[in-house]
Design a protein around this ligand. Structure first.
Ligand code: HEC
Length: 129
């Protein structure tokens, strides 16, 4: 290799060094975008924070009958995993007014708390754990 060739190689190496941070930044951005995507995907209908708050309310008040994480046999108590996700009105109605053997929670929860409960139940309606 003559001196020119060596210089060219050097120049190319120099260029690679210069663009490396940009390439790394690009990869990091892509990875972060992927992570963000993965986090927002299941919460598309409900903000994650609402789901979390609703779950906390649920575990305190509803889980004693409906089971932790909504898991129960579904024989005597409604299996909430099967609740139709497109019927929030029915949810609010049943929770605030009661239904069958379920007491009403209209006095227990404010309307926005019922919404949080719905975020939790609606976020996994129809899905097995
Ligand atoms: C004392 C036990 C008990 C507790 C506590 C309880 N439930 Fe229920 N729940 C039931 C029973 C029993 C049913 C089935 C009612 C029926 O269809 O006769 C039911 C049914 C439901 C349904 C379905 C109603 C429908 O439209 O078919 C929803 C939604 C529901 N519960 C939500 C909740 C939420 C949210 C909480 C907590 C705030 C809660 N439940 C607390 C016993 C309970």
């Amino acid at each position: 290799m003559d001196i020119r060739g060596a210089l060219n190689v050097r120049a190319v190496l120099q260029q690679i060094k210069q663009i490396r941070p940009a390439v790394i930044a690009g990869c990091v951005t892509l990875v972060l975008a992927g992570v963000t995507q993965a986090q927002t995907a299941p919460t598309a209908r409900f903000p994650l924070v609402s789901i979390e708050k609703g779950k906390a309310l649920f575990e305190r008040t509803c889980a004693q009958c409906h089971g932790r994480n909504m898991v129960n046999a579904g024989t005597t108590v409604y299996d909430l995993r099967r609740f139709p996700v497109d019927d929030p009105d029915r949810f609010v109605q049943s929770v605030t007014k009661g239904k069958g053997n379920m007491p009403s929670f209209g006095e227990t929860f404010a309307a926005d708390e019922v919404k949080l409960l719905w975020a939790y139940v609606g976020s996994r309606g129809g899905k097995e754990p």
